[in-house]
Design a binder for this molecule. Structure first.
Ligand SMILES: CCCCCCCC/C=C\CCCCCCCCCCCCCC(=O)SCCNC(=O)CCNC(=O)[C@H](O)C(C)(C)COP(=O)(O)OP(=O)(O)OC[C@H]1O[C@@H](n2cnc3c(N)ncnc32)[C@H](O)[C@@H]1OP(=O)(O)O
Ligand SMILES: Cc1cc2nc3c(=O)[nH]c(=O)nc-3n(C[C@H](O)[C@H](O)[C@H](O)COP(=O)(O)OP(=O)(O)OC[C@H]3O[C@@H](n4cnc5c(N)ncnc54)[C@H](O)[C@@H]3O)c2cc1C
Length: 660
């Protein structure tokens, strides 16, 4: 084992709590930690899953080929785990998501959509016979699928998709067509050259009538040769800001025929077309992915904050006092302000993600028995948590990259590619503004009719929050009550402005659009009250943890609360009876909390227990040997493999001569 950096050794001695206790708490128990370790060992210690050359130095094509090689090994190993009866959801979550997934495939996995959307759509939308026909092939990976919904012309407005599936009663087939350039499918992961099947979302036509969008299972490529099927036009969409191994593709249809039975029929029971009880049941896979993405936000944030916090303990810079040694940069309070709120935020997202996951499972259970009442609340919550979680995560990763100065800009820090993964989440699975407007739509409806509100756990606070008006106290409960009042006031005001505009003669839709900046802000505030509420409830409910750990979690909870409140200072002053002096008190409380957390900062990120291979960072490794690792990474540059590059002879030398 490499020698541990002296600063980190000192930091670890300062820690006031048992880091293993926190690790077990975060994992859900010691058994779960051991399970995770064994899973990490199974994947990360497999030499086949390592790359010989850093990805950054490969061409676009080579990156893709290396990603396919690794994804196949990864999926084979997932199947081995399933066969051994160890195939729980945690496996998929970690292998496809922010931890193991991004460690093994730093720039994305071209086969992810198979598990994340193709299989869940067959399960959620296929009837019994269809599941019997397709699930075995999909689970055993005899076929590899993707989810082809978005088109060149439409991603958000899915009712506007143009791909058509027209029923031909003579042959009992659907005929798929892409009538325009804008109707080409565009974006689906793995569609370019990896998947041989897809769920295709298309407008269903029977007897000349359009019945709206429906999901179909479509074969794209020959199962033996992988050649595109006749009538299928397919390829990759090209280079992106990040995720360059995910093989996002395009797809067009020319009179492409599929059997009638390939229309997923769970909600259309008989062979003729029957309208489903809610057209939104077709959108179920999107809710599922939004829910799991919130967990990914916590994972990426933990990873980035571990890298930046360890680096900040090792890095020394400037003089705080004359003639004193250069301090660790973690001792600058501005630096603490860049790091510690994101440590706290990781907890907030993990706890809310876990609540959301439970609510999701309850509501999908209800849907199976035809109960739809709780779907709107789930949809509204999933939309805002996905939007706020991914936005805070991407902004957090960027702040943490900046916190690492120049070295944060190196790909060897792994912060640039983590940002590439995090910022993509803000767009895919529903663009964030659009999702916040979905939440706002629900909140306005609730505001206009509060009859049933006490049965709706995520919004029942709106019943009386408008009049909280509590005077300032240094407590989380005061901040929560103030944030709830802000959310209620913002919803109330947006509602009033819509009504005013309608009264002035505007169409409701125009009034909505003109009020939409306020609506987005209202949904954002609502989401932040939920995040704080759940963090608070979770910490208060921990019964059997040590007082030392409880104290640390309370510090983090308070920091999250105060940081959120300070970010919303304007709102507090505008909508609650907070006054200037209270804001000053909040600022002092924030500074006090940063100082309290400072000695435990390394201990807390150590408790995240993220293996070096997962961090993938010269700046964040457990041993803190930052400079040695940066130097070693630089040696991997192909330019350093020869003392003089051929460009010298070709261009530089003649150029230098010409300038003599
Ligand atoms: C069994 C499974 C085994 C496998 C296990 C796997 C486990 C994996 C676990 C973890 C893995 C984690 C790893 C994650 C890694 C992820 C990597 C992913 C890679 C990339 C994936 C990206 C994929 C995509 O992007 S797919 C495309 C996504 N597209 C979108 O999201 C489009 C966004 N647009 C929309 O959703 C909608 O069009 C809209 C909501 C914006 C508008 O729709 P609309 O016009 O039809 O609706 P209205 O505005 O008119 O509203 C009508 C009404 O409906 C309500 N509504 C809307 N949507 C929903 C919904 N989804 N559910 C319920 N209700 C909905 C809306 O609120 C309105 O209600 P009213 O009552 O007000 O009328
Ligand atoms: C990395 C990545 C992977 C993806 N993977 C897949 C995949 O596997 N399968 C798939 O089908 N799709 C996939 N997508 C597509 C993705 O789901 C869409 O890009 C996303 O839903 C946004 O839609 P859009 O591109 O049409 O954006 P647009 O809707 O065109 O958004 C552009 C701007 O318009 C605004 N806007 C649009 N509508 C409204 C409105 N109603 N009100 C206010 N503002 C509005 C938005 O806020 C945004 O600012 C992927 C995308 C990315 C980036």
């Amino acid at each position: 084992m490499a020698k541990i950096n002296e600063d980190l050794l000192k930091e670890r001695k300062k820690c006031s709590f048992n880091t293993a206790e926190l690790t077990h708490l975060l994992d859900g128990g010691k058994d779960k930690t051991l399970e995770r370790h064994s899973r990490e060992h199974f994947f990360l210690d497999d030499p086949e899953l390592r790359s010989k050359i850093p990805l950054e130095y490969l061409s676009h094509k080579e990156k893709y080929e290396e990603a396919v090689r690794k994804s196949c090994i990864l999926f084979r190993k997932v199947q081995e785990l399933q066969e051994a009866g160890k195939g729980g959801i945690e496996n998929f979550r970690e292998i496809l998501g922010g931890q193991l997934g991004s460690a093994i495939l730093k720039d994305g996995n071209p086969l992810t959509l198979h598990y994340v959307m193709f299989i869940p759509t067959i399960t959620g939308q296929g009837d019994f016979e269809q599941q019997a026909e397709w699930m075995h092939k999909a689970w055993t990976c005899s076929i590899i699928g993707t989810y082809a919904q978005t088109e060149l012309g439409h991603g958000t407005f899915i009712r506007g998709l143009e791909t058509t599936a027209t029923y031909d009663p003579k042959t009992e087939e659907f005929v798929l067509n892409s009538p325009t350039l804008t109707s080409y499918k565009w974006w689906p992961g793995g569609l370019g050259h990896s998947a041989n099947f897809a769920i295709v979302v298309a407008q269903l036509y029977t007897q000349g009538k359009c019945h709206g969008i429906h999901p179909f299972i479509v074969q794209l490529r020959d199962e033996e040769t992988h050649m595109p099927m006749k009538g299928i036009k397919i390829g990759e969409i090209g280079c992106k800001l990040g995720m360059n191994s995910t093989n996002n593709g395009y797809l067009g249809f020319e009179n492409y025929r599929i059997p009638r039975t390939n229309l997923l029929m769970k909600n259309n029971k008989d062979g003729t077309y029957v309208k489903s009880p809610s057209s939104k049941l077709t959108y179920g896979t999107m809710i599922f992915v939004r829910v799991v993405l919130v967990q990914d936000c916590a994972s990426y944030m933990k990873k980035a904050v571990t890298i930046a916090t360890r680096y900040s303990a090792v890095r020394h810079q400037s003089e705080m006092k004359p003639n004193c040694p250069e301090p660790q940069i973690i001792d600058y309070v501005t630096q603490q302000y860049k790091l510690f709120p994101y440590i706290a935020m990781s907890f907030a997202f993990q706890y809310s993600a876990s609540w959301l996951w439970d609510i999701y499972n309850n509501v999908t259970g209800e849907l199976e028995s035809g109960q739809l009442e709780n779907l709107p609340e789930l949809h509204a919550l999933a939309c805002c948590l996905k939007a706020v979680g991914t936005a805070d995560c991407a902004a957090g990763v960027e702040t943490l990259r900046l916190a690492c100065g120049g070295h944060g800009y190196m790909t060897a820090s792994n912060l640039p590619s983590t940002y590439g993964l995090a910022t993509a989440m803000c767009t895919y699975e529903g663009e964030n503004t659009v999702l916040l407007l979905q939440t706002a739509r629900y909140l306005i409806k609730i505001w206009q009719n509060k009859k049933n509100i006490q049965n709706l756990p995520t919004v029942r606070y709106l019943d009386n929050a408008l009049f909280n008006n509590r005077s300032y106290e240094k407590s989380v409960s005061w901040i929560l009550s103030a944030l709830q009042q802000v959310a209620a006031a913002k919803i109330d005001l947006a509602n009033k402005h819509i009504n005013d505009r309608v009264r002035q003669g505007k169409a409701y839709e125009d009034a909505w659009n003109e009020t939409s900046i306020e609506l987005v802000a209202a949904a954002d505030a609502h989401c932040r009250t939920f995040l704080l509420d759940i963090f608070n409830l979770t910490v208060n409910n921990f019964q059997s943890i040590s007082p030392e750990l409880k104290a640390v979690l309370t510090d983090l909870l308070e920091l999250y609360a105060v940081h959120t409140a300070i970010r919303m200072t304007g709102d507090l002053l505008r909508f609650t009876n907070t006054i200037g002096k209270d804001v000053e008190a909040l600022q002092l409380w924030l500074e006090e909390l940063l100082a309290k957390i400072r000695p435990n900062a390394i201990g807390i990120v150590d408790s995240f227990d993220i293996r070096d291979e997962v961090l993938g960072s010269a700046l964040g490794a457990y041993d803190g040997n930052v400079y040695e690792r940066l130097f070693a990474e630089a040696q991997k540059s192909p330019l350093n493999h020869e003392p003089v590059n051929k460009s010298f002879g070709l261009y530089l030398k003649p150029f230098l001569k010409n300038n003599l």
